[in-house]
Design a protein around this ligand. Structure first.
Ligand code: ATP
Length: 911
């Protein structure tokens, strides 16, 4: 049968795969035992297309543009435009509409950019699948799977396509995504009747369901839209819409502000017409201009873009945000609970020590290159002369699922690095995996799972004699051993000796594994847990070094300076964890608490311990969950890392769940808020830094926007209140608003993190954005702006300047003051009167540079003079305008200085 007819049968009988036996499936889909050849896989990919579901329909660009106008703030402005048109004030109508359109376009472009950023991030999160092709195990993009591919499943995997299972090992799959049944289903390889419902097709694993336990091999029978999931066309994962609690809070605030502004405008109208005798139509125009300029119509768009830029910056630093609120929460994290292996350490394992009964062997060499000698007390030895060592090495190589590969002289491990280290150990003793496998073929195995902390394999030796090998955490292995193997053969177990050696080896920061064997066949020729309970012979303890990551050491220090506690929660031995912790400055001089101890503590005791202790060893996922809860009860904001399928509850519960992108399971990634593509602790610290920066930038933008709008409004209100000639005409107010409101402030979204951002304490999670200080700053700057512009206007009028010129100066004074204040706003408290402060953000400089020609045109272009009633200014007059702007700048800097002093004094407390 050729591939085309395969396609035919595939399309004709998509529901019948469960009725076929595994060998029939192999035959049908022409899958050799070593998997598809690469060339054939490529051909089938071209034929069947990628294994991807069609993405949900997007709103088209036109609809997206129209949606930009759907905003209460813009409604008010459009309403005003309509009324001015009716009144025949065409200039005002034109400027109002221009402002609305500019805002909508800026919003449209920004939203587009934000969505593109999220799309890129979605692509980075694309799921992977492990396949066998050309006889080799490979990690590929799940989208590249084709019918006939041989796929390997392990616990925590999302099934990447519809599979007919051909071999299973205790496979349990949760199929809630398809059947709604949340209890995991035990899978097999048997064929079932054609009419069996989906939930009873035990020999199938369907795309999108979750492996919660065990391992299996399956052949792909359906990909993309041809899967059961494709039929209901439901995308399981995704990134939430572009909104966060803070954004919603700001949105509400914006609406409140709009209503307040309309009320103030109405009051001003009444005061102007009834109290001061201005004509209603003149007053109406003024009030419209006032409202239009005070309303922060750029607020929602700029908030969104600030957040999206933060997400993008984090992605560039290898932290992928899956849920946007995490960006804000990251900035207020007070405790980071991190795994050890691979996150704080390099996950490059090397066996350094093998402890047998009566001998301790040191192993030379670094990394995965299989070069290094065995020595005892500094003397190189021949491993063949030590039967216990030889058998231990054989066990280490046989009870092993990893593979070693050499690429251009570089040795790499495929599979678990711990097991890779054992293969290297074997190679150093001249005992390679291929020889071992062909001499002592494997019959069955129980794979390693963090939950039970061991792995077992069952073999027959060259004489056909049965052997079971076990490797795992030393406590686990000691539990099942009654004998030990030494120079003279098997002896009763000396448990004290092994415990002493284990503690001693672990205290040096080495990771421990025990190796044991039993010369017997399991019952029914299949390995079950009952076969790994007693009667074993202990062969050796292996000490593996996994050094801390250099950058993690720095990052832990940075977190400590930033007021963030770092806790290590590991499955490893307590002594190993403590020793590695000490190298990372985590929990120095404090005891390590084990999972078993956590299990017997009540919640109150755990809450005390959770804060005090920094190293938790032999901890399992349930302990992680309880720890998160205990820390949260204590008022902490917790980031927690995880990788296994059972870590999902703790990741969900944590304020920021962080999953490992490389070694993490799909289940953990889906439960997490943030995925680290490099599995590196330093990336979490970098994400916290970015999180703080995003929050800062949101704050800075609001601190810029509110007083600039407020100042402009105050100029007009004050003039009406004090019965002065209006210093700005309605059209001029609208001009200022159009030129500055969304353009200048946008530059603050690009503000880089402040230098000492990790030198401050975490932000209190419930801190209100609009604090007393905030209100003070807004009011103060509003008055400053008003003073500059109104003061200059009144001064000029006093000294006989024409009304047109005085008004032109007032307009320019407002705009120039905004430009200066934009520079002030780069830092909330720190001074900007230094090189970094003045020039550190090129977007700020560009925004200012873009406004200058607009103001020059407004002032000097005859057409603009005709529209806006502006007039040419002399150099002296320009200097006065700049002087008014400088006044705002200097007073704002002075206020920061006073604030800094006050904060230092408050921190030091009363003398
Ligand atoms: P972390 O939780 O920080 O990632 P970890 O990787 O040490 O720590 P586990 O993977 O749960 O945590 O390992 C726990 C223990 O199980 C190890 O200390 C080791 O003794 C044993 N172990 C680890 N990998 C294997 C394996 N492949 N086969 C057998 N035993 C193993």
């Amino acid at each position: 049968m050729n591939a085309r007819s395969t396609a035919g049968s595939f399309e004709r009988a998509p529901d019948q795969w469960h009725t076929l036996r595994p060998d029939e499936i192999r035959h049908h889909l022409q899958t050799p035992h070593g998997g598809l050849p690469e060339a054939e896989a490529r051909r089938r990919l071209a034929q069947y297309g990628p294994n991807r579901l069609a993405p949900p329909k997007r709103r088209g660009p036109l609809l997206r543009l129209l949606m930009q106008f759907h905003n209460i703030l813009l409604y008010v402005m459009m309403g005003a435009a309509a009324i001015t048109a009716v009144l025949g004030h065409w200039v005002d109508t034109g400027v109002l509409l221009a402002a609305v359109v500019i805002n909508a376009i800026i919003g449209f472009i920004q939203e587009g950019k934000a969505e593109a950023a999220l799309d890129a991030i979605r692509a980075m999160l694309s799921p992977h699948a492990t396949v066998v092709r050309d006889g080799h195990r490979r990690e590929i993009d799940a989208a590249d799977l084709v019918p006939g591919d041989l796929v390997l499943l392990g616990s925590g995997d999302r099934v990447p396509a519809d599979l007919r299972l051909v071999s299973v090992h205790e496979l349990r799959v949760e199929e809630a995504a398809l059947t709604g049944e949340s209890l995991p289903v035990e899978k097999g390889t048997e064929a079932v009747a054609a009419d069996a419902p989906l939930g009873d097709r035990y020999g199938m694993a369907y795309s999108g369901t979750l492996v919660v336990y065990g391992q299996a091999k399956g052949i792909v029978v359906g990909t993309g839209g041809a899967t059961e999931l494709g039929k209901i066309n439901e995308l399981l994962t995704g990134i939430q819409a572009l909104s966060t609690p803070l954004l919603r809070q700001i949105d509400r605030f914006g609406r409140f502000l709009a209503i307040a502004i309309l009320a103030i405008a109405a009051a001003t109208f009444l005061l102007g017409t009834l109290g001061r005798g201005h004509s209603p139509s003149e007053m109406f125009m003024m009030v419209v201009a006032l409202a239009a300029s005070a309303i922060p119509e750029g607020l929602p768009a700029i908030m969104t873009v600030t957040l999206a830029l933060g997400v993008q910056r984090m992605a560039r630093r290898n932290a992928i945000v899956r849920r946007l609120p995490a960006v804000e929460t990251l900035g207020s994290v007070t405790v980071i609970c991190s795994d050890k292996t691979g996150t704080l350490t390099r996950n490059e394992m090397t066996v350094q020590r093998v402890v047998c009964a009566g001998h301790v062997f040191d192993v030379g060499g670094v990394g995965y290159a299989p070069v290094g000698d065995f020595s005892v007390d500094g003397h190189i030895i021949d491993t063949d002369r030590y039967p216990a060592l030889s058998l231990a090495i054989r066990a280490a190589v046989l009870c092993n699922d990893a593979h070693l590969r050499e690429d251009d002289g570089l040795w790499r491990v495929e599979g678990d690095p711990t097991e890779g280290a054992l293969l290297v150990l074997g190679d150093k003793a001249g005992f390679t995996r291929n020889v071992a496998d062909s001499d002592w073929p494997r019959r069955d195995s129980i794979p390693f799972e963090s939950q039970h902390r061991f792995m077992a394999t069952y073999h027959r030796d060259a004489d056909g004699e049965p052997w079971i090998f076990v490797k795992g955490a030393p406590e686990r292995i000691l539990d099942i051993c009654t004998q030990q193997f030494d120079h003279d053969g098997e002896r009763p177990l000396d448990a004290d000796y092994w415990r002493r050696m284990a503690t001693d080896t672990a205290a040096q920061g080495l990771r421990l594994l025990g190796l044991a064997c039993k010369r017997a066949a399991p019952a029914e020729d299949h390995l079950r847990f009952a076969d790994v309970e007693d009667g074993y012979t202990l062969l050796a303890l292996v000490g593996i070094i996994d050094p801390p990551r250099e950058e993690a050491i720095h990052a832990v220090g940075e977190c400590h300076r930033a007021g963030i506690r770092v806790k290590m929660i590991t499955g490893d031995h307590a002594e190993t964890a403590r020793a590695i912790g000490a190298q990372l400055a985590i929990g120095i001089g404090k005891p390590a608490v084990t999972g078993a101890e956590v299990a017997i503590m009540d919640d109150a005791a755990l809450r005390r311990v959770a804060m005090e202790v920094d190293v938790f060893a032999r901890a399992s996922p349930e302990h992680k969950l309880r720890l998160v809860q205990a820390l949260q009860d204590d008022g902490q904001v917790v980031a927690m890392t995880g990788d296994g399928v059972n870590d999902a509850p703790a990741l969900k519960r944590a304020d920021v769940g962080v999953a490992m992108g490389m070694k993490g399971t799909e289940a953990a990634k889906e439960a997490a808020d943030v995925v680290l593509t490099d599995d590196n602790f330093a990336t979490i610290a970098a994400a916290v830094r970015e999180g703080r920066a995003v929050y800062d930038n949101l704050k800075k933008f609001i601190l810029f926007m509110l007083p600039t709008n407020g100042g402009e409004a105050l100029v007009v209100i004050a003039a009406i209140l004090f019965e002065l000639t209006l210093p700005l005409t309605p059209a001029q107010v609208l001009w200022i608003n159009m030129v500055t409101s969304s353009t200048l402030g946008l530059a603050l979204a690009f503000e880089p993190p402040e230098r000492n951002i990790m030198g401050r304490m975490p932000r209190p999670p419930r801190e209100a954005l609009l604090s007393g200080f905030f209100i003070w700053r807004v009011v103060m700057v509003s008055f400053l702006m008003m003073t500059g512009a109104l003061g200059l206007f009144l001064w000029e009028m006093e000294h006989g300047t024409s009304l047109e010129t005085a008004r032109t100066m007032a307009v320019n004074a407002v705009v120039v003051a905004e430009m200066f204040y934009l520079v002030n706003s780069r830092y909330i408290f720190a001074p900007v009167t230094n090189r970094e402060g003045l020039t550190g953000n090129r977007y700020v400089l560009a925004a200012i540079a873009a406004c200058i020609p607009l103001q020059l045109a407004f002032t000097h272009a005859p057409a603009m003079q005709a529209i806006f009633g502006s007039a040419d200014l002399s150099v002296i007059e320009w200097l006065k305008v700049v002087g008014a702007g400088l006044l705002v700048f200097c007073v704002a800097e002075l206020e920061k200085l006073v604030m800094r002093r006050a904060r230092v004094a408050a921190a030091e407390g009363p003398a």
